[in-house]
Design a protein around this ligand. Structure first.
Ligand SMILES: Nc1ncnc2c1ncn2[C@@H]1O[C@H](COP(=O)(O)OP(=O)(O)O)[C@@H](O)[C@H]1O
Ligand SMILES: Cc1ncc(COP(=O)(O)O)c(N)n1
Length: 288
């Protein structure tokens, strides 16, 4: 039996809902073997981030070298990278080992407001990591920081996606968790030609800690198993929707999502998809 392997390069969340912990849980649930390179340790729970302790450059380099020498990932995702130095080390490893199927979740700020990326590292993200990415998954504030465009409506969101795409990534998915829409949570995909919307019902819950990490890890799981980017995004949207829909009610703040929920639904024969996909060709060809 051949086992597909996925690597997460991200920060540790002691509370278990986001970061490395969310990624490994997602990989396991989606049937891929999970590996990790830890870039920072955070002291964190559902109430917020109490401490951030970046790993040394040498520690990150050696973890990457250990993976590179023995365990070629079929796909990888990056999360919290913290500094320009760590971003450059990660980008150099991806290039030197010729790793493919790269998902970049440009984590910047935790939901409680703690900074997980130094401001000056945004430039390194744009110039070193985005050109290597198959899929980049900013939320709305991250898309604004990467593109320099303030997102107020669907036209400005499309402009931001186009601007980010210019840095050389194959697909830009601007996630809609932070949108004002009270009915749908809509993620906008741009592949350089066409805009596609992935919508699901918005779930009204405070338990959304780790949604972005889980979503990106699910994309990497799909890519590791040979799915196309579109198929992997659809899988990820269904996975995160199920994970938010059935919260675990853990902790007294913003609780984690439920990484078991998607497979439980599959085993119970739940309807195949909650996600509505709209491929709007009217947006194609650079008309907006
Ligand atoms: N309240 C919600 N209901 C349904 N889906 C959500 C909700 N919040 C976030 N999502 C989905 O979770 C994924 C992660 O989005 P988002 O929360 O914007 O990322 P981040 O954690 O990086 O801020 C996206 O697919 C988004 O549409
Ligand atoms: C170590 C770490 N990485 C990432 C996040 C972002 O979490 P979210 O996915 O909720 O935006 C986090 N809170 N902690």
């Amino acid at each position: 039996m051949s086992i597909n392997k996925a690597l997460t390069i991200a920060g540790s969340d002691s509370g278990g809902g986001a970061g490395i912990q969310a990624d490994l849980k997602t990989f396991q649930e989606l049937g891929v073997y999970g590996m990790s390179v830890i870039t920072a340790v955070t002291a964190q729970n559902t109430l917020g981030v109490q401490g951030v302790f970046p790993m040394s450059a040498q520690a990150v380099e050696q973890q990457l070298a250990s993976i590179g020498a023995d365990l070629r990932p079929d796909a990888l995702k990056t999360g919290m990278l913290f500094s320009s130095e760590i971003i450059q080390i990660v980008a150099a490893a991806i290039r030197s080992y010729n790793w493919e199927r790269i998902v970049v979740d440009p984590v910047m700020i935790a939901k409680g407001g703690a900074s997980l990326l130094q401001q000056e590292a945004i430039d390194a993200m744009l110039h070193h990591l985005l050109p290597l990415a198959d899929v980049v998954t900013p939320n709305i504030p991250e898309a604004e920081a990467l593109s320099g465009i303030v997102i107020t409506d669907s036209a400005s969101r499309q402009q931001a996606a186009k601007r980010i795409h210019e840095y050389g990534c194959q697909h830009v998915m601007i996630k809609g968790g932070h949108e004002a829409d009270t009915v749908y949570a809509t993620d906008l995909l741009y592949d350089g030609k066409t805009f596609t919307e992935f919508s699901s019902r918005r779930l009204h819950t405070p338990h959304t800690h780790g949604t972005g990490c889980t979503f990106a890890a699910a994309i990497a799981s799909g890519l590791a198993q040979g799915l196309s980017a579109n198929e992997a995004l659809r899988l990820a949207k269904n996975f995160i929707h199920a994970a938010i829909a059935e919260p675990l009610y853990i902790g007294s703040g913003h609780g984690p999502t439920n990484h078991w929920a998607y497979q439980r639904g599959v085993r119970a024969g739940a309807a195949s998809s909650d996600v509505i996909i709209v491929n709007n060709d009217a947006y194609a060809g650079g008309t907006r």
